[in-house]
Design a binder for this molecule. Structure first.
Ligand SMILES: Nc1nc2c(ncn2[C@@H]2O[C@H](COP(=O)(O)OP(=O)(O)OP(=O)(O)O)[C@@H](O)[C@H]2O)c(=O)[nH]1
Ligand SMILES: [Mg+2]
Length: 457
């Protein structure tokens, strides 16, 4: 059943109960009987899933606040719900930009701080500083006393802030064009970093931490450092929310999301085993379908396997939703219904039943007694969610690969120095080297090259 959005057949890649799961379950088992444990777990799962995260972005006018908001939300500047960029904002009110698919995450684009009579305390009161989990202070040139006085005030109010130096790609580009013979990327980045730190120190910031970023390419420079720092400094629930909201721009981020979601599965299975399970006639299976539906939809949204995310992605990389959909084997978020899950369970009956038994044999002794009656539901839920999560990540990886391919292929089109006649075979060679089979993306490139050639002519 692999590749059909269905769990794997018994005997192939059976998702096992991990050592960590076992230990956590054992610890939980000491805290009460099955229904008591399930109630606690349900509460904890619900609160972690609904934990709100409000991120405020502030800085001078034109520093790249709106572009940063869009980049974090995985939106292109022209997507629906994106912050307007490249326009002078006259608003004095913070503007909310909800995450396109995760309703508990909101980015806030705050009014600029650059006016000569800027007062950090008044500013923070005006923007209701207390509503945000942390602040990102952005500067595209140098950090000034405005930035530090704002940071100090944020600190006084008991909130965290992170300095971001934006548009470093533009600095590098300028250096490459203007001083090509001495161009050294690392050196330039270091000069920018040191300069920011020096300015912040001069403005009384004792331990400045600066992250160099391009909102046009979060994969480069210090975005991963900012991401890791935030993960370390957020509390457990906010941390999970933050990780799941990260844009799906790298295999590393996808793996991180997978690991976080995986940790929750035994809890969901246990809650399911304590809830009213629906017996599936003729299959010897019973489980709480609602938990499966909700979790599977949640996985899809976290990995961008939903129509909104695919539409935005398709716009950004110059392809269509059907082209992206073609590499996805799992159902999209909105396609997951009770009926579909029952169908998946029926098709995977043999695998699920065996997994139910296998999972039971891994459960520590104190829980087994109370679980036995509902054990099938535990095993089925555990097995279904593990399998679906694995498939969702595989699909997300395929989508990512397809978009990277498109991005790589698109680049030479904007490179005036590369002769068209050379670029196409060279790119084909690169694709071959990378072990990618020519996909619709490549066919798209061919069409784009032909269009570009026609334009040139
Ligand atoms: N090269 C480059 N340009 C960027 C980057 N971020 C923003 N820009 C450009 O800088 C200009 C201003 O960006 P915005 O995101 O609109 O800046 P802002 O801080 O929201 O501006 P206001 O709302 O007017 O205060 C736009 O033309 C952006 O496209 C970046 O990382 N790299
Ligand atoms: Mg703006």
């Amino acid at each position: 059943l692999k590749g059909s959005g269905l769990p794997a057949v018994a005997g192939t890649a059976m998702p096992m109960f991990s050592k960590e799961d076992n230990e956590e379950l054992e610890a939980a088992a000491k805290t009460g009987n099955l229904s008591e444990i399930a109630v606690k777990l349900k509460k904890s799962l619900e609160s972690s899933e609904n934990t709100p995260l409000h991120i405020a972005v502030t800085g001078n006018s034109g520093s790249g606040k709106s572009s940063f908001v869009n980049a974090i939300l995985g939106l292109g500047d022209e997507d629906e719900g994106a912050a307007k960029t490249g326009v002078v904002e006259t608003t004095m009110e913070p503007k909310a930009y909800p995450h396109p698919v995760l309703p508990n995450v909101t980015m806030w684009d705050l009014p600029g701080i650059g006016t000569p009579n800027f007062h950090p305390d008044k500013y923070l009161k005006k923007v209701k500083f207390n509503s945000y989990d942390f602040f990102i202070i952005i500067a595209s040139e140098r950090f000034t006393s405005h930035h530090t006085s704002l940071a100090q005030e944020i600190h006084k109010m008991g909130k965290r802030f992170y300095y971001v130096r934006s548009k470093v790609d533009a600095d590098l580009y300028a250096a490459q064009i203007r001083r090509p013979s001495t161009y050294n990327e690392e050196q330039i980045l270091q000069i920018i970093r040191e300069n920011c730190i020096k300015n912040l120190r001069e403005a009384d910031e004792t331990s400045p931490r600066v992250f160099l970023i391009s909102s046009w390419d979060l994969l480069k420079y210090d975005f991963h450092l900012l991401q890791e720092t935030l993960e370390q400094e957020l509390d457990a629930h906010k941390r999970l929310t933050f990780i799941l909201a990260l844009p799906n721009i790298s295999a590393k981020i996808l793996e991180k999301k997978k690991a976080e979601l995986k940790k929750q599965i035994w809890k969901l299975a246990l809650v399911s085993s304590a809830a009213a399970a629906i017996p599936l006639p003729g299959l010897g299976l019973a489980c709480d379908i609602t938990i499966l539906v909700t979790s599977m939809r949640h996985y899809c949204k976290a990995f961008g396997l939903d129509r909104t995310s695919l539409t935005n992605l398709a716009n950004r990389v110059g392809t269509t939703v059907p082209e992206l959909r073609a590499v996805i084997k799992s159902p999209l978020a909105a396609e997951i219904s009770k009926e579909l899950v029952i169908k998946l369970l029926s098709k995977a009956a043999c695998g699920a039943a065996m997994a139910a038994e296998a999972a039971l044999s891994f459960i520590p002794v104190p829980v087994v007694g109370s679980l036995l009656a509902a054990g099938v539901s535990f095993g089925t839920t555990y097995y279904m969610l593990q399998s679906f999560l694995n498939e969702a990540v595989e699909d997300a990886q395929k989508v990512l690969k397809q978009t990277i391919q498109l991005a790589v292929l698109q680049k030479p089109l904007t490179c005036k120095k590369l002769p068209l006649a050379v670029s196409y075979p060279v790119l084909c060679c690169c694709i071959h080297e990378a072990g990618w089979t020519p996909t619709p993306a490549l066919r798209g490139l061919k069409a784009a090259l032909q269009r570009s050639a026609a334009l040139k002519a």
